[in-house]
Design a protein around this ligand. Structure first.
Ligand code: GLU
Length: 469
């Protein structure tokens, strides 16, 4: 039997990073065993679904490289099929029309609660004899076995047994004729040959109900793996309160798709102590045994660390391709500065995100911005003469080359009987505006002669003004 997994998001908003992690597990497993991975858009809730949300799903999947072998299927295109199945279940007496009014159901519920019983439908219409009431549009309920239990083997949680007494006669079709989530998901999984359902453990309570539908349809049962939820640092379910949760927001914030994928794979799944995985390694290593039972905690510091590792280790051309869109959308004059490849390369050891690479490139391509605190600390009158001497030598060099410029800084520091750092740091503040930049030789070379000389002028004026103040 060949393995088929699926990702069935509802297009009702942004693509939550937790959903994507589930998609990733399904994708990894399909890729590992040479199976198929299906994308299915669960858009039956027309009021809450939108094309924009569908596009967000596509964009997120594409960005993360989660390609699918079949689909996208849209549930709204399958209503005829769901109708057919509902009719079949009715004809086989495995389902029945229920005419109970909302009022009756509410009263029943209140009575059961008062008696400290678990609220459930009492089956009045299941046993109804005689003609159906007129003028009432019925729902359709599944005949759930009244005895016994349903046992599910879950790859994460082991056996989960639920007594059938706990389960109602589930509504599978509403009074307006639309099928419910449980029905559509089961019909689709059967029709699409899904063999493994890997989904969040918030669905664990749905599974016995869905198994009853599967059984009523005489279909084979898929294997289940209910993966733990993702919490924020406060132990509450990961939500907007904790920062970005939408996958595309991670893209905006400058995370590399491979870094985010690697991070998500490790959220709730482990393979020994290994933290960094190539995609091929992830595919190879992924297994159900490595899935945790308890909730995972989203750790921003770890994600940033991982992203930094990916930035440091990326091939130069790949990093350039990843960083270029961020530089292009920043307010920079990219044609008035060094080669972008060199600017990106210069930042690879320091930046944690691609956004940081773009921000830090401001010193090469943007208007000068002075960090007042850094200027106050480093641009003191005592450094004025050395900076002036450096400026003179910079103006005179024949070729503008990092190592030679650094030699000049060193020589000048020696002439003024100062340590290299005591000169290089004020120089850095003078030419970049801030106290952090790549190494001084690279920084100077990339900023270029003209900008360096102008900025040194401005720094010398700043220092002179300070001296008289
Ligand atoms: N559309 C459902 C959801 O997004 C799918 C659940 C499932 O995996 O069965 O939660």
């Amino acid at each position: 039997m060949s393995v088929v997994t699926r990702f069935p998001p509802s297009p009702t908003g942004y693509l939550h990073v937790g959903s994507v992690r589930t998609a990733l597990f399904n994708w990894l497993y399909a890729r590992k065993v040479g199976g198929k991975f299906i994308l299915r858009i669960e858009d039956t809730d027309r009021a809450r679904s939108s094309q924009e949300a569908v596009d967000i799903i596509f964009a997120g999947m594409e960005w993360l490289g989660l390609d699918y072998d079949e689909g996208p299927y849209f549930q709204t295109q399958r209503f005829d099929r769901y109708g057919e199945v509902i009719e079949q279940l009715l004809a086989q007496d495995k389902a029945y029309h229920c005419y109970c009014s909302k009022d009756r159901l509410e009263t029943l519920r209140a009575e059961q609660m008062a008696q400290k019983l678990k609220p459930r439908y009492d089956g009045r219409c299941r046993d109804r004899i005689g003609a159906p009431p007129q003028g009432i549009a019925p729902v359709v309920r599944l005949k759930t076995p009244r005895e016994g239990a349903v046992a599910i083997e879950d790859k994460v949680h082991g056996y989960i047994t639920t007594s059938n007494l706990e389960l109602d006669d589930l509504v599978i079709s509403r009074s307006d004729g639309t099928p419910t989530y449980h029905l559509t998901v089961v019909v689709d999984d059967i029709d699409m040959g899904v063999t493994h359902i890997i989904r969040g453990d918030d669905h664990i309570n749905n599974t016995p109900r869905q198994v009853h539908i599967i059984e009523a349809l005489d279909a084979p049962r898929p294997l289940y793996a209910h993966v733990p939820m993702i919490n924020g640092a406060d132990g509450k379910k990961l939500s907007k309160r904790h920062g970005a949760v939408s996958v595309l927001e991670f893209r905006e914030q400058g995370f590399l798709p491979d870094a985010l994928t690697n991070y998500l794979a490790r959220l709730g799944w482990a393979h020994g102590d290994q933290e960094i995985f190539t995609r091929a390694e992830l595919i190879n290593a992924f297994d159900f045994d490595g899935l945790n039972k308890s909730a995972a905690t989203f750790d921003w510091d770890k994600l940033l660390w991982l992203n930094q590792q990916y930035i440091q280790n990326a091939e130069p051309a790949a990093l350039l391709a990843l960083a270029a869109p961020y530089l292009e959308s920043a307010q920079l004059q990219l044609d008035k500065g060094p080669d972008i490849a060199a600017a990106v390369e210069a930042q690879r050891t320091r930046a944690k995100t691609l956004v940081e690479i773009a921000e830090q490139s401001h010193m090469f391509y943007g208007e000068f911005i002075r960090d007042e605190a850094a200027a106050k600390k480093h641009l003191r009158p005592v450094i004025g003469p050395a900076l002036k001497a450096i400026q003179g030598k910079f103006a005179a060099v024949e070729t503008w080359h990092g190592t030679e410029l650094k030699d000049i800084v060193e020589q000048t520091a020696a002439e003024f009987d100062m340590k290299m750092g005591k000169v290089a740091q004020p120089l850095r503040v003078a030419v970049t505006g801030s106290s952090a930049s790549p190494s001084i030789d690279t920084t100077l070379e990339l900023i270029g002669r003209e900008r360096c000389l102008e900025r040194l002028d401005a720094a010398l004026i700043y220092i002179a003004e300070r001296a008289v103040a």
